[in-house]
Design a protein around this ligand. Structure first.
Ligand code: SF4
Ligand code: MSK
Length: 651
């Protein structure tokens, strides 16, 4: 990966994080190219940026750039087949939704498969850790938790409930009729909107497949009708595949509750075997956590001269093992190459999504073993080891991987340089723990969330989520926006790499309240001892934000639907197709959703207007984009204030 001719980025321009800056500099000194350098040398395509390049058939690519000065008069732009800018832009947009919904939902399917193995008792390595959650979710799938015997109501066995939930959950991906069970968890007025607009998802796979059909050359040529299907697939993700993933993971691995940890590259330890898990699915990483904690593996590591095993994570696999075990994240999406550049990463174990292929090139320059584990995510480079994970012998696979990392500890070549920077954090929040920490209910007490929103101590709720993007300064937008929100008494719920960024920059501690919050939010956080920014988990756990909003609505006093709440969503540094799917399911659930960087919509102003303005009339939520982080936060606050006024709580 040596790139003598590459133009190197100034590390201070690339990130606001000192650990990241230090490692970028180190990479440059060692002539190891990273994403930050590639972002300098390869600029994005200006037409693709506008969202109006179509390559859906071999008569194209057809490119319909917006004329300088915009459209005056009739828009006569068209592709060879006659597709308009709106059609092309909408097709591209909903194909992104299909990609994102497929990724989240296939993750959910894998979890459902493992859960079915557990319910059928085909695996010994996984158990039901949270039977209470299983009993809680069972009625949503139409599974009874009690049985009538001789006029008495008796509890059904957990084994019986698990088997029926497993079958019903798994069927959500392909059932031939009806609609997704979890749709019924949404507030009633929202369900009515979805029915009225014809966007209730039928099954997860069908909605994604139908996007691919409708966007094939010569099929759906009405941007509104295309977007209808995009909405239906996005809802199948948020209220389907993602929500099922979150719930079944909680049932099998435990529902998170607040715990202490740390974040950033400084969590790696020079004198320990360092293993990094990276990707999204926690099925294998749960076993890796257990293997790393086993006396057998710790003794083996000591035999090889290490003081112990330091497990850490990148991206959402990091969030999964953080939320349930306190395993510290070593960094966000953009720090994955940098973790290897420390020279201290003995093994990086990857599963699916957000994994740079360039990791293999970087690993070649160090001793790091790069291990792919998923049958659908392999790498072509010959230094990559593939150990396919199977839930039927999960612990055996995990121990094999951990042993390989330990054996590699003595092979470290390059001088080890781990940045010292790390921050403490409290993570592990969810709907259950928000309720518990804020008075045990959502309304009716001095401490509760709804009461504090009504009395104005908390101005509103913001969900700040999503990726990093090498086209923006790493973490700057996340941190600026979050700080601006909490300064204005808006409590922040965060997931994904945004949550890791917040942890790295010290915003996930109760102490952050006194330093960064407005007086109302600070008072609430100090009284109940929570951080002003609550880490709700991984990308699929955005479903927890949907359910938290639903609980707030159901508790009363803040309107009848999610769109009535003083709430807004944000993805400041988004990059993945998953972010677009998440954005659309938030918009269709009634949330004003602002993205940073840019949106690939500028080339089709009519379609853009449909997303930014017309959507609100259908669902109560709408899209927006604002790259300036301070303005971005204030757009969210203005929306929150508008909703407070509508609720009559703006005094
Ligand atoms: Fe061009 Fe139409 Fe083919 Fe797209 S589908 S590439 S617009 S001819
Ligand atoms: S990992 S999807 S970069 S949040 Fe979920 Fe981070 Fe975005 Fe991947």
């Amino acid at each position: 990966t040596a790139a003598k001719e590459a133009k190197f980025v100034d590390p201070r321009e690339a990130s606001i994080d000192p650990a990241t800056q230090e490692m970028i500099l180190r990479a440059q000194r060692l002539q190891v190219e990273t994403v930050f350098d590639r972002a300098m040398t390869m600029k994005p395509c200006a037409i693709g940026m506008q969202g109006i390049c179509c390559k859906n058939c071999a008569m194209g690519p057809c490119r319909l750039p917006l004329p300088k000065g915009g459209i005056t008069g009739e828009d006569t732009r068209k592709g060879l087949c006659g597709a308009t800018a709106n059609t092309i832009c909408a097709r591209n947009f909903i194909r992104m939704i299909a990609g994102g919904a497929a990724a989240h939902s296939d993750h959910g399917r894998s979890v459902a498969e493992v859960f079915r193995s557990v319910a059928r008792k085909e695996t010994e390595d996984y158990k039901i850790k949270d039977p209470i959650k299983l009993v809680d979710i069972a009625p949503n799938f139409g599974v009874a938790t009690t049985v009538e015997v001789d006029g008495k109501t008796l509890d059904r066995s957990i084994d019986e409930i698990a088997l029926e939930v497993a079958e019903a959950a798994y069927a959500e991906w392909g059932k031939p009729e009806g609609s997704l069970h979890y749709i019924k968890r949404a507030p009633k007025p929202l369900q009515e909107k979805w029915e009225r607009e014809g966007v209730v998802p039928r099954n997860v796979d069908r909605e994604i497949v139908e996007i691919m059909h409708r966007t094939h050359m010569g099929v759906d040529q009405d941007y509104k009708n295309l977007m209808k299907q995009g909405t239906r697939a996005a809802l199948a993700d948020g209220w389907g595949g993602s929500m099922i993933a979150t719930d079944l993971q909680d049932v099998m691995f435990g529902t998170p509750s607040p715990l202490q940890s740390e974040a950033n590259l400084g969590v790696m330890k020079e004198d320990h075997v360092n293993i990094i898990v990276h990707g999204h699915e926690p099925v294998l990483s749960e076993m890796i956590v257990a293997a790393c904690q086993s006396q057998e593996m710790i003794a083996y590591a000591k035999e090889k001269g290490a003081k112990g095993i330091q497990l850490s994570g990148i991206c959402c696999t990091a969030n999964e093992v953080l939320q349930r075990h306190g395993v510290p994240p070593a960094g966000t999406f953009l720090q994955q190459e940098l973790a290897i550049i420390t020279g201290a990463c003995d093994a990086m174990v990857v599963d699916v999504q957000c994994i740079f292929q360039n990791l293999a090139n970087v690993a070649k320059c160090f001793h790091t073993k790069l291990i792919t584990t998923h049958p659908i995510a392999k790498m072509e480079q010959d230094n990559v080891i593939h150990i396919e994970f199977d839930e039927h012998h999960a612990m055996e696979d995990a121990k094999r991987i951990v042993r390989m990392a330990i054996d590699n500890f003595t092979n470290r070549k390059a001088e080890v340089l781990i940045p010292r920077h790390k921050a403490s954090q409290i993570a592990g929040f969810g709907v259950e723990s928000i309720r518990y920490h804020l008075g045990g209910t959502f309304r009716g007490d001095y401490y509760t969330l709804n009461d504090n929103i009504i009395n104005g101590r908390i101005r509103g709720i913001a969900g700040v989520v999503g990726c990093n993007n090498a086209r923006t300064k790493h973490n700057e937008e996340h941190i600026t926006i979050i700080k601006e929100l909490i300064k204005n008494d808006v409590i922040v719920l965060t997931t994904g790499c945004s949550a890791i960024a917040a942890g790295m920059h010290g915003l996930l501690t109760p102490g952050a309240a006194a330093v960064h919050c407005g007086p109302g939010l600070a008072e609430v956080c100090e009284t109940v001892g929570i951080p002003p920014v609550l880490h709700l988990g991984s990308c699929v756990d955005n479903s927890r934000i949907l359910l938290a909003a639903t609980e707030v609505v159901k508790a009363g006093g803040l309107g009848k639907d999610i769109c009535d709440l003083p709430a807004a969503g944000s993805a400041p540094e988004w990059m993945s197709e998953k972010a677009i799917s998440i954005g659309q399911y938030f918009v269709a659930s009634g949330v004003y959703t602002v993205f940073g960087y840019h949106m690939p919509l500028e080339g089709a102003p009519v379609f853009k207007d449909y997303l930014y303005k017309q959507m609100e009339k259908m669902y109560g939520g709408m899209w927006d984009c604002e790259p300036d982080p301070v303005k971005h936060a204030h757009k969210m606050i203005a929306h929150i204030d508008k909703k407070r006024k509508e609720l009559g709580i703006d005094k």
